[in-house]
Write a protein that binds this ligand. Sequence first.
Ligand SMILES: Nc1ncnc2c1ncn2[C@@H]1O[C@H](COP(=O)(O)OP(=O)(O)OP(=O)(O)O)[C@@H](O)[C@H]1O
Ligand SMILES: [Mg+2]
Length: 454
Amino acid sequence: MTPHIVIIDDESITLKQLRRILEKEGYQVSAFSNPQRALKHIEASPCHLVISDVKMPTMNGLDLMTRVKARFPSTEVILITGYASIDGAVEATREGAFYYLEKPFTPDQVRDLVKQALTLRRTRDAASNASASGDSAFGERDFQTPVIIGESSKIREVVSIICQIAPTDCNVMITGDSGSGKELVARAIHAASKRADGPFMAFNCGALNETLIDNELFGHEKGAFTGAETRSTGLLEAAGGGTLFLDEIGEMPNSMQVKLLRVLQERELIRVGGSRPIPIDVRIVSATAVDVKAAVNGGAFRKDLYFRINVVNIKLPGLGERKKDIPLLAYHILSRLKRRGGKDISAVSQRAMALLSNYAFPGNVRELENILERAVAVCSGTVVRVCDLPPDLIEFEFQTYNPPDDQFMTLAELEQDYISHLLKINGGVRTKTAAILGIDRASLWRKMKKYGLD
Ligand SMILES: Nc1ncnc2c1ncn2[C@@H]1O[C@H](COP(=O)(O)OP(=O)(O)OP(=O)(O)O)[C@@H](O)[C@H]1O
Ligand SMILES: [Mg+2]
């Protein structure tokens, strides 16, 4: 089905430009300069994606989005604005916008974003169907729709690779540090693949010894060993028609590597204690935090298996390398905590956010989740504040600024010194610096002028 996209902007030039870009891609496009008329149209013929300007004379883009989402929650919305601000972007994404696009934009930007938004919607639909149908692979786990949050170029690149490779049947290896989202990406690949209706099964290769791995992956026949009173199917078989996620693949013992390779080559397996080959149909998505390539070079991991499972490699950036995503992730996590029955805390104070945005997150997204879960637990109001953050994180704020030793400074000198320090570590970005200082940009600008810090 051709995706249907509704575009709304009171500026006819932008409208024409968008229409041209999108029609060239083969989408069905309806363009409106009047938001009320657009809403009527959407009501009558629901669309996949809405692209709307924010500032329009008769209705604000955010209000329009709220009304669209209230009726059609799975419709994605991209907001366009000539006046981008971090606050605006955070608010827009918190309210559910897929992206907050700044004018002027390039055709490439629009094409990429639209592709990603449409894939996200497909992924989400696929995943919610899977969980609604009570799929056993999702049943007991706290399954959430695999939505990958982030607007940094690094994470958008990951999403675009997922979009490209999910529909193919190739094996994928995901590399990334602990807590960076490897399993989430594996689930997203499954949900966007042709196998989405089949099971997703996860197995941790580092958690068990050889015999147990053998049994778990390959299953056994009745009487295969003492205690094997019934036949049992292994995960390779049980994940048939779906995806098997092999976590910590680098920990796989050598004998199991040989066995797995054979199964992937022959597309059949023999259960422990059995003799009959059983055909299998499974896609392998593996993950590792260690450098498997180095293990291959050092001889600890089989090269032939490595090539077979590493047809596509997805490298996940650490959260410290994509700090831009921290506010979005924070709001996403808060809303998830709220849905799970937590307190209704849906905002983070500016200073607390600045502190989070400057932290290195060695434990990546999982660490951010832990920090926020704790913050929500100890928070007494409705907004997460600095005092709700872990003490070592607060200490970190003070550690980063070291005034010169043995030198008494006036308040003005101290202020000047601190502002220039913050400007430096923020790469001269004033919005961010002002946010950390807890003042607005105009005040920052006045102070910079006063101290000659241009
Ligand atoms: N881009 C993202 N958007 C939303 N949530 C994310 C993102 N990345 C990670 N998460 C969340 O962070 C948590 C950790 O992610 P996940 O379990 O996928 O990491 P991992 O790399 O498998 O970690 P580990 O190496 O410790 O097993 C999960 O709750 C996941 O939903
Ligand atoms: Mg994991």
